[in-house]
Structure formats: C-alpha cells, structure tokens
Design a protein around this ligand. Structure first.
Ligand SMILES: *Cc1c(COP(=O)(O)O)cnc(C)c1O
Length: 382
C-alpha cells in the first residue's frame, strides 16, 4: 500500500541520533536549544520553544496568551481536532469560521461576517487559530487586520507549512501573528518522530511557554518571589506541564531541517506532475494563491460529483493506494456536537468533506508510483 505521506530518514539522521545516545544528555541537554535556534533562523523568528508535539505547542501557546474559562477561541473546521482542542484544555469555548472553498483555508470574508455578529452579541474570541491547510498559508494580512481591529490574538497552526512562504516571507516569522506552531509528526514536512515547536518574536511569550513546558518552574532568580535559598533552588510560579522534547528527537529534527528546502522543492515537483496529469478529469486540483508558496504537505483533489466520492476513494484503496481524507469537519465530531455544534454550521467545509481526497505526496514517492496513482484515478473517474 502506498501511504499518503511518510518520513524520509537518511544516514545523517541516524548518525545524529546515535551521537546523542552516546552522550551525557538524553534530555534537557544541548540539542534542544540548538534545534530551536536552527528552526528560528530558518523561518525568521526570534524564538522557538520545542515541545513533544504540535498539540502541546498549541496548548502552551493558548496558556501563554492567558486563554481560560469563559474565553472563546475560533478556528477552522477543516483541520485536525488539535487546533480546537487546545482551547478546551484551557477550559475555553470553541467556535468555527467556515472555509474558502478555493483554498480550503479559513475564509477572511466569513471571519469578517462572524466578527460583526459576535461584536453585536458582545462575545468576541480572545484567540484565532488559522490553519495553513495542505501547507498553503491563509490570507494572513486580511485575517490579521481584522483580528487586530478587534483585539484578538493569533496563533497560526502551521503544522503543514514549515518551508512555505506568504508574501515572500517564511511561514513562522509571525509577521501576522503572536505565535506560530509547527508539527514534526512523521507525515509532516520534517520529523522528530513526535514533536512540535512554537515560534514567536516576543521574548516574554517565549519565556512563558518555555516555563509552561516544564511544570511552570523557573531557576531565574529575577522571577522568584524571594531571594534564592541556594544553588539547588527553583520555584514553581504557575501550573505547567511536562511537554519537553528530548535531545534524541531534537537531534533528528536538526538533521532533517537541513533538507527542508529540498523536501519542499520535491513536493512541488510532484504536485506539478499531478496538476498536469489530472487536468481534464472530473475533479478540482488544489488552487495556489499567487501570494503563497505552499509547503505542499498534502495534495487534495475535490471530485466534481460527491455521489462518486466514496466509490472512488474505496477504489483507490483497493488498488493499494493509501489515500486519506483531510479533514472530517471538526464541528461534526461527536465531542463537539455534544457542546452544541452540528451540521449546517460551516456549509463550505461540509461540502468539501463530501468531495476531498488526499493523494500520496512525499519526497521519496517515485514517479512510477505516482503514475500508478494517476492511472488508477483516471480509470475510476472514466
Ligand atoms: C498534525 C497536526 C496537528 C497535531 O500535530 P502533533 O504534532 O501530532 O500534535 C495539529 N494541527 C494540524 C493541522 C495538524 O495537521
């Protein structure tokens, strides 16, 4: 079975991990700050806080922005559940802004409309989590202008988008956000097995997130409530978590990062082959906004005829092609339905769900394998 995505592990990655295994520190050693600095430099952020998943990064990002009970977070329904769950971990409520059917991303017009309703009702969100679906940046300038006018903080869920660009700036430089989160899960652009990182330009937010990932503890005497008891001393200032990344994972990530641009270029080359081969079939290939250079985490096609969706999807799987569907609208999950969400709330995301199929796309996908995907899909749609 061809997967829809998979990691690429090379000798340099293996050597980097073995070196850490032979060293003094398996965790809280030098590899984590080195990886943080390398990612920050690659994406133009002042700070990176490495954690054990993007889910953890989203959680500490929300905590650092003081999201709590009674607060509201808005995100896209067309995402992995973690983009919404981060609010629930903080005791806050979630609502969803429908997508632009062309880009599959949170729609600035729907955002503007929803803001006027929320403003009239006196219940504006504290945080917006735009998700760069498939690796293509959201329309951040428009979204950030609306958010700023309403005093809403922005946490970008860029789990798909490291290596991507928007208006000629790297995703992750937080030009239009407070914090930007990457995932290093094996299907994503680069991997640490499990892992994530929160990027920010704000030293205060970075320090707070670094403290929250390690129990809310500090060794900084300047932050303590009284003079240090001695060299052993630390203080817990608030309730944090153990979300630390290990040095093994950080070393793997730093080795992978060196191939970031090669990976994204290879994804573009494969996407261009799909674009060309699938033109003329009864489907819409992914649209690319001119101001965006996608990281191309996913190649999603939308079938013209939703009535054929299931049969085509199953036909591909039967042929050994591990297609997937990103995403089941989050507001339709039983957990969110029990909180009052449901069908009809985000019609564009619901229509997308009836048509979307993610085709295999990853750097080591061979052209011959891709041709098999193209031929099978062409036959199924004939
Ligand atoms: C993968 C993913 C996450 C979660 O990432 P983890 O590192 O597995 O926690 C969150 N949001 C989106 C959009 C993702 O694709």
């Amino acid at each position: 079975m061809l997967p829809y995505g998979r990691q690429d592990i090379q000798d340099a990655d293996i050597a980097a991990v073995i070196e850490v295994l032979k060293s003094d520190f398996l965790t809280t050693g030098p590899e984590v700050p080195k990886f943080e600095a390398a990612v920050a430099a690659a994406v133009g952020a002042a700070h990176g806080v490495a954690v054990n998943s993007a889910t953890s990064a989203l959680h500490i990002a929300c905590l650092a922005l003081d999201l709590g009970p009674g607060d509201l977070l808005w995100t896209s329904p067309n995402t992995f559940v973690a983009s919404a769950n981060c609010a629930r971990y903080c005791g806050a409520d979630v609502d969803f802004v429908d997508i632009d059917p062309a880009t599959y991303n949170l729609c600035p017009q729907r955002f503007a409309e929803k803001l006027s309703v929320a403003k009239a009702a006196g219940r504006l969100p504290k945080i917006l989590v735009p998700v760069h679906m498939t690796g293509q940046s959201c329309a951040m300038a428009e979204i950030a202008a609306l958010a700023r006018a309403h005093d809403i903080r922005i946490v970008e869920d860029a789990s798909h988008a490291i290596g991507g660009r928007y208006r000629d700036r790297p995703v992750g430089d937080c030009a239009f956000s407070d914090i930007c989160v990457f995932s290093f899960h094996p299907v994503k652009i680069i991997t640490t097995a499990e892992g994530g990182m929160a990027m920010t330009q704000d030293a205060g937010l970075a320090a707070r997130m670094a403290r929250l990932r390690t129990h809310g503890i500090t060794r900084d005497a300047a932050l303590m409530t009284h003079a240090s008891d001695g060299p052993w001393y630390y203080q817990q200032l608030e309730l944090g978590l153990n979300y630390r990344m290990t040095d093994l994972h950080a070393a793997l990530g730093r080795a992978q990062l060196q191939r970031l641009h090669a990976y994204v270029a290879r994804r573009h080359a494969l996407a261009a082959r799909y674009d060309q081969a699938l033109a003329g079939l009864a489907l819409t290939p992914p649209a690319q906004a001119p101001e965006v250079y996608s990281a191309y985490h996913l190649y999603v096609v939308c079938l013209d005829d939703p009535a054929r969706h299931r049969a085509v999807f199953e036909g591909l799987r039967t042929a050994g092609i591990g297609v997937n569907l990103h995403y089941i609208p989050v507001h339709l999950q039983p957990y969110y339905r029990a909180l009052g969400h449901g069908p009809g709330q985000c019609p564009a995301a619901e229509d997308y769900y009836r048509r979307a199929i993610s085709l295999p796309l990853y750097p080591s996908l061979a052209e011959a394998e891709q041709d098999r995907v193209i031929e099978t899909l062409t036959q199924l749609l004939a």
